[in-house]
Ligand binder design. Structure first.
Ligand code: ZN
Length: 255
């Protein structure tokens, strides 16, 4: 069935601050399309603004210089490191239709403007536990495969060549973890490797936000083009808009 396109007079959100905050870009992609929006959305989105630390999440992706570099001069923004945070508010959100899939309250992708150097360093650090076992295995493999060495090993014990490969993988993983740890310690002097220690994230936590996944190592996803659709992706100017700049059908909205 073909859905009818909404017009600005039919959608209670269209043109309001709430609409700009949801930042769906296209009415066709908006989850609220085709229904009269729950008036509580206005309250929810006002709460979303209240839960923003100073500068709002927009400051992270609007920065032209790296937000992970600690020292000046900071590198130029070349990509974005995405880290998801969630809030338990609003409690009723899970029951509300407009974001029914969420079990928590608000979710927001923090998009840290990141320079090429910081991205390269974080990726290398996260790949070290994978790279080290591969390198070590490639080093021991010729010894296992060259008949002269293999024969000597088999004479000592039949399972020895196999054990050597397994030991290279396991040992490599351990070495990789250790190298990653040492590398992280070194990097921490001039960049925020663990974004959970970033001043902005600490401010978010003071406002009740928590990392969406409570991993021991925070997962960062890198993207060249920032996420520009959905809650938390609107530019900072939107947060400064007056509330309910233009509710299309005032009579449908109750306070
Ligand atoms: Zn940087």
């Amino acid at each position: 069935m073909e859905q009818r396109k909404l017009t600005d007079t039919e959608c209670t959100l269209y043109g309001t601050k709430a609409c700009a905050l949801l930042n769906m870009q296209d009415c066709d992609k908006c989850p609220l399309k085709g229904r009269v929006a729950d008036p509580a959305i206005f309250d929810d989105l006002r709460l979303f603004c209240d839960l923003q630390p100073e500068g709002t999440v927009a400051q992270l992706f609007e920065s032209e210089t790296c937000t992970l570099c600690k020292d000046e001069p900071k590198g130029r923004t070349a990509s974005y490191a995405v880290f998801d945070m969630a809030h338990t508010e609003p409690k009723k959100l899970a029951k509300r239709k407009w974001l029914a899939k969420q079990e928590t309250g608000f979710m927001v992708p923090l998009q840290f403007a990141c320079c090429a150097k910081c991205r390269r360093r974080i990726l290398l650090m996260s790949y070290l536990p994978l790279i080290a076992p591969i390198v070590l295995t490639l080093i021991v493999l010729p010894f296992v495969m060259i008949e002269h060495f293999a024969q000597t090993m088999r004479q000592a014990a039949g399972w020895l060549p196999f054990a050597v490969v397994v030991a290279a993988i396991a040992g490599g993983w351990g070495v990789g973890k250790l190298l990653a740890y040492l590398y992280k310690r070194k990097l921490e002097t001039d960049m925020y490797v663990d974004v959970r220690t970033h001043p902005f994230v600490l401010n978010m936590q003071e406002k009740g936000w928590r990392p969406l996944f409570n991993d021991r190592a925070p997962h960062l996803a890198f993207t060249k083009k920032r996420i520009d659709r959905g809650l938390g992706t609107a530019p900072s100017a939107v947060y400064a808009m007056p509330d309910r700049e233009k509710p299309a059908s005032e009579e449908k909205i109750s306070d």
